[in-house]
Design a protein around this ligand. Structure first.
Ligand code: ADP
Length: 462
């Protein structure tokens, strides 16, 4: 099949979130499975000729190659994309985001014809490429080149929908009829993700549980009704993990490499983590690691409420993250009060993240909602036992054999779950069995790519 992946970010070029991981990895796995894939994304300022080997095709279009032979096409526009940020800067979202991504979507569709890529599937991601199906079905519908193309939309997080003032609708160049409850209108505003949901052939999200959750009021952010209407074409596929990056037996950032067979070496990484973080070195004290955005979505509201009690439990907590200033402040105060318990690292630091995944005993991820989640998949690979709230992708990947879960979102339940983990940690046999089960889990992209191929086939025959 011929697949054109259209998205606003991708590794190794730019990343603000999990979307970039997916677009960096899924095309490679699809190519490995014999599919013909191209990627189309905006060319931001940081994507320079010197950093990446980029070739020019025509005015405004350049490309590079990833994998064996996957072309990544860059849509250029000096006004819209030649900026430091992807979606905004320190003053907030860019004011012209609707125009920027409408341009991206239209230019991407035109590009297919220019390079004569008669795609079977256009795979769109999030609100930034949600206008592709809208234009395809309403503006390009009578052009034979595009007639057979099917649209698959992946929603990575319903919390971000691309909502704009109604006055901006006219900038889209669409018929006024589409500013309607059955089109892009959403409580008097323009909602781009809604347009994608209405006009795509199939919709999916990044875990089976999240696909169900977004049809409810708590997780749908206002789109639950529409998603329920479209539930026959809505499914969930877990993201994979890039095991070439996250591999404890070859990780160059950690003190001592280990595998399931040499798990006894993990203790050297724990010692190294405790030393690096200025915590007392003691293998008998369980270390709880957190690598996360400091945001309510990630469970920091109940975590900070539990901190005083947690700190009295004979454990250590290593936190790495940045985010809401409110949490920076609360955590700083707690770390000053409990310097022998909490190591607080308010920064983005990839090497330290690797050390935390390798050296911790428990990985704490009490997210209030989690479309898929990467942290728990990484920690499983490193024999670090996840402790999670049972939601979204966390519910689909963690169970009582490889981790700890709590199913009522409250500080009391979080504390109970930590108590249980600390208690179990003392039982060497039980802990070894948890580690062994965790390290045997396989969330490789190959498995997810197979599921995407089935989804594409379904779209093609729909
Ligand atoms: P998100 O909702 O933020 O995308 P995920 O769990 O899906 O959450 O992915 C987050 C990724 O970013 C993980 O790979 C995690 O290790 C990494 N990460 C988050 N915060 C930091 C940080 N401060 N330093 C290094 N890596 C981080």
């Amino acid at each position: 099949m011929k697949i054109a992946m259209m998205a606003s970010e991708a590794l190794p070029f730019v990343k603000t979130g999990g979307l970039a991981d997916v677009i960096g990895a899924l095309p490679l796995a699809l190519e490995y499975c014999g599919q013909e894939v191209i990627v189309i994304m905006p060319r931001y300022k940081s994507i320079t000729d010197s950093k990446f080997r980029i070739n020019r095709i025509s005015e405004g279009i350049s490309f590079t190659t990833i994998g064996r032979d996957i072309k990544v096409y860059f849509i250029e526009n000096s006004i819209y994309f030649n900026r430091e940020g992807l979606y905004g800067d320190k003053n907030g979202d860019y004011q012209d985001n609707l125009e920027r991504f409408a341009f991206f979507c239209r230019r991407s569709i035109d590009l297919l014809k220019e390079i004569n890529f008669s795609a079977d599937i256009l795979h769109l991601h999030d609100w930034q490429s949600s206008l592709v199906p809208v234009y395809l079905r309403n503006t390009y519908f009578d052009k034979s080149f595009y007639k057979k193309m099917k649209c698959v939309l992946t929603i990575h997080n319903t919390g971000y929908q691309g909502i704009f003032d109604k006055d901006e609708f006219s900038k889209l160049g669409l018929s006024g009829d589409l500013f309607d409850i059955n089109g892009l209108e959403f409580y008097g505003k323009v909602n781009l993700l809604k347009g994608g949901i209405v006009f795509s052939d199939l919709i999916n999200t990044v875990s089976p549980t999240y696909a169900k959750e977004i049809q409810t009021k708590d997780f749908g952010f206002g789109l639950e009704g529409l998603l329920r209407q479209r539930k026959n074409v809505l499914s969930g596929i877990l993201n994979g993990l890039d095991y070439s990056i996250w591999d404890p037996s070859a990780d160059r950032f950690i003190m001592q490499n280990f595998s399931e067979q040499t798990i006894e070496s993990k203790v050297f990484d724990k010692e190294d983590l405790q030393k690096t973080c200025g915590l007392p070195v003691n293998k008998d004290i369980p270390v709880l690691g957190m690598v996360s955005r400091l945001a309510e979505q990630k469970g920091f509201d109940i975590f900070v409420e539990s901190l005083n009690k947690l700190c009295k439990m004979n454990l250590q907590i290593v936190i790495l993250g940045t985010g809401d200033l409110k949490y920076h402040q609360i955590l700083k105060t707690a770390a000053e009060k409990y310097p022998k318990v909490i190591s607080l690292n308010l920064k983005f630091d990839d090497p330290l993240a690797h050390k935390i995944y390798a050296g911790s005993d428990v990985f704490l991820m009490p997210s209030k909602y989690e479309p898929c989640g990467l942290g728990q998949l990484i920690s499983l690979r490193y024999g670090t036992i996840p402790l999670v709230f049972k939601t979204g992708g966390l519910a689909d990947t963690i169970n009582t054999k490889n981790g700890f879960l709590f199913s009522v979102y409250s500080k009391e339940e979080l504390l109970k779950s930590v108590e249980k983990a600390v208690f179990t940690f003392k039982n060497e046999l039980k802990w070894a069995s948890l580690i062994s089960n965790a390290m045997k889990c396989n969330f490789s992209w190959r498995i997810s790519a197979d599921k995407y191929i089935k989804l594409y086939v379904k779209a093609k025959t729909s």
